[in-house]
Write a protein that binds this ligand. Structure first.
Ligand SMILES: Nc1ncnc2c1ncn2[C@@H]1O[C@H](COP(=O)(O)OP(=O)(O)O)[C@@H](O)[C@H]1O
Ligand SMILES: [Mg+2]
Length: 221
């Protein structure tokens, strides 16, 4: 199995529903663009037209023929393989920064922690079909009830129904949160944990401070 290459200019945001990832992503993009860097913002599942179609398959609230845990895992990695090959790698190759709203850690948390897929299988898919790891991952950590209340507020103000994964029970999201915290504890150099229960401005400020600190520690160039 190949080792993962660390991509210093790939930064990912992780966390449960309503943690504030989309909100923080724009603050980080702004902070990186200010000194003139090219920044590509993207998300998973999705990030390319084909991967966005796979996202629709994954999130469609169809209970009659819902994907099994294995199907969900493979669709997630199909979407990710396409995203890595056609967006992430080309951007990194030309020297751009890539900010992704979720990446492989989300499979460890959701398919691993949430659905119970074993770690070795996910690590094998990661090694074979992703091959790279972010230099920095911000984990926006928030109690499940707080995140869900925010996500519900967002959904009702846009008049949208919860998607298939958002409709899971609290126990599922507690396992996801706990898996994320375990990942962060196991890889303290890559992860920064942010208290996302704070007001949005504080969360964004903490995220930008973590980014600045990371940039200080990088070799020049
Ligand atoms: N720190 C915060 N405090 C209160 N509300 C927040 C905070 N961060 C985001 N929100 C709001 O909560 C909802 C979910 O935020 P969002 O950024 O979409 O979360 P995510 O992308 O992690 O699911 C949005 O309506 C957003 O405006
Ligand atoms: Mg979001």
């Amino acid at each position: 199995m190949n080792a993962l290459d660390i991509a210093p200019r790939l930064i990912t945001l992780e966390g449960g529903e309503g943690a504030g990832k989309s909100t923080v992503l724009s603050a980080l993009a702004q902070a990186l663009r200010a000194p003139g860097y090219e920044v590509v913002t993207t998300r998973e599942p999705g990030g390319t037209p084909l991967a966005e179609r796979i996202r629709e398959l994954l999130l469609h609230p169809d209970n009659a023929d819902a994907p099994t845990a294995d199907t969900e895992l493979l669709l997630m990695f199909a979407s990710r393989a396409q995203h890595v090959a056609s967006v992430v790698r080309p951007a990194l190759a030309r020297g751009a920064w890539v900010l992704s709203d979720r990446f492989t850690d989300a499979s460890h948390a959701y398919q691993g922690g949430g659905r119970g897929v074993d770690r070795t299988t996910i690590a094998m898919l990661e090694s074979r079909f992703v091959g790279l790891q972010p230099g920095l991952t911000l984990l926006l950590d928030v109690p499940v009830a707080v995140g869900r209340a925010r996500a519900q507020g967002r959904a009702s103000s846009n008049s949208v129904q919860p998607d298939r994964i958002e409709a899971e029970a609290d126990g599922f999201f507690e396992r996801v949160r706990s898996a994320y915290r375990d990942l962060a504890a196991a890889q303290p150099r890559r992860f920064r944990m942010i208290d996302a229960s704070q007001p949005a401005e504080r969360v964004a400020a903490d995220a930008v401070a973590a980014l600045d600190d990371y940039l200080q520690g990088l070799p020049q160039g």
